[in-house]
Design a protein around this ligand. Structure first.
Ligand SMILES: *Cc1c(COP(=O)(O)O)cnc(C)c1O
Length: 369
């Protein structure tokens, strides 16, 4: 791996392939894989990740918003793209770019059907989302009659899939609740398919669902965090390789005398002589202020250097009193185990999902193939 000369997010495409193959090894041969590439493919680089997975013959993609789907189409993605949370104001362009909406209540279902008919569509693929306990988006079981009767009045759209989302698939102490969600979804799916007279695809599992609930893989699984290298448990993390390494460099080293302070608001006051390194990454790059004042640490020459004082917009200062290092040396903020984003995020009481998606677009992405 090349030594960093500025702050970069290194993306290892071989690790992505490994993670994709590990997930596939958990599935039956005919279970389809949907890759979730919302939020810039969890902060990495959506266009590159999606193209790489398209070449590996992934079946489907999902994004959160229509604009993310358009970016993938512009980057040459031809596989189907599910838009998990589209807004009606974008339905026309969604159809123009052959994106497939998740529809989760009567309002958006009616609005979508109206626009699909206006646009003279027949059998436009839609995905009906059911709420089975997350209480975020989705129709309820009691809506099935109404959805079916609505769908029977039109040939503009066709239910390509029905799906739901698990609330606590990574949490084995919630197994009872998750099994209930799965059972509930299967009941809805059975009624729905019987009444509509054809069989839409069924899917409910995210990454932890795939790992912990093999009986719920159904026709397709939706994996996000796993592709990027996290298994949401100590045991499973060992099977995945984080694809992103956030690296930077030491810009300047300071010797701080006893009684001096470091950074804004003079938040760090030294009571002995300390050595600090200033690093060009800050809260505008995704390293929030909650990592400051001794919570988070970076790795310099294989040793932890704790962030001292407040995180600035474009810089952090770290304690290198006991580390042999020089200006220009490489700094790892997070990367492969044991210095993964998951471990880094724990120092600020958060999770891998948050830190990896927070890495600002101004940081250059570099790809390793
Ligand atoms: C984000 C998302 C996923 C991916 O979840 P992971 O835990 O990252 O695998 C799957 N399904 C839906 C509906 C999502 O919003």
């Amino acid at each position: 791996m090349p030594k960093a000369q500025e702050t970069v997010l290194e993306i290892d495409l071989k690790a992505l392939k490994h993670n994709f193959e590990y997930i596939k090894s958990k599935l039956q041969k005919d279970t389809k894989v949907l890759a979730v590439v919302k939020a810039f493919a969890y902060g990495s680089h959506a266009e590159t990740i999606a193209n790489y997975l398209q070449d590996l013959n992934v079946d489907y993609f999902a994004v959160a918003y229509v604009s993310e789907g358009i970016a993938l189409r512009n980057a040459g993605i031809t596989k189907p793209i599910l838009v998990l949370h589209p807004q009606a104001v974008n339905f026309k362009i969604l159809i123009e770019r052959c994106l497939e909406p998740s529809l989760y209540n009567s309002k958006v279902l009616n609005e979508f059907i109206a626009i699909a008919s206006e646009e003279k569509q027949t059998n436009y693929p839609i995905h009906i989302k059911f709420n089975t306990g997350l209480n975020r988006l989705g129709f309820g079981q009691n809506d099935v009659e109404h959805i079916i009767s609505k769908l029977k009045t039109t040939n503009s759209v066709i239910a390509k899939s029905i799906f739901s989302h698990l609330a606590a698939s990574e949490d084995l102490s919630e197994k009872g609740f998750t099994n209930q969600q799965i059972k509930h979804f299967k009941t809805i799916a059975e009624t729905f398919s019987k009444k509509i007279g054809y069989q839409p695809m069924l899917h409910i599992c995210n990454t932890s669902g795939i790992l912990n609930y093999p009986e719920a893989h159904l026709n397709m699984v939706r994996t996000g965090i796993g592709l990027y290298g996290f298994g949401n448990s100590k045991k499973e993390n060992n099977h995945f390789n984080p694809i992103a390494t956030l690296k930077s460099v030491i810009s300047q080293i300071h010797s701080i005398e006893k009684g001096e302070t470091v950074g804004y608001n003079r938040a760090y006051k030294s009571d002995t002589i300390v050595k600090t390194a200033t690093i060009p990454i800050g809260h505008a790059d995704g390293i929030g202020r909650q990592y400051g004042n001794g919570k988070g640490y970076v790795i310099i020459n294989n040793k932890p250097a704790f962030i001292i004082g407040n995180v600035c917009m474009d810089m952090i200062m770290v304690d290198i009193t006991n580390i042999d290092c020089n200006e220009g040396d490489e700094v790892i903020i997070f990367g492969s185990h044991p210095y993964s984003a998951s471990e880094f995020s724990k120092t600020a009481q958060t999770i891998s999902y948050e830190i990896i998606t927070a890495i600002s677009q101004r940081i250059k992405r570099v790809f390793l193939t």
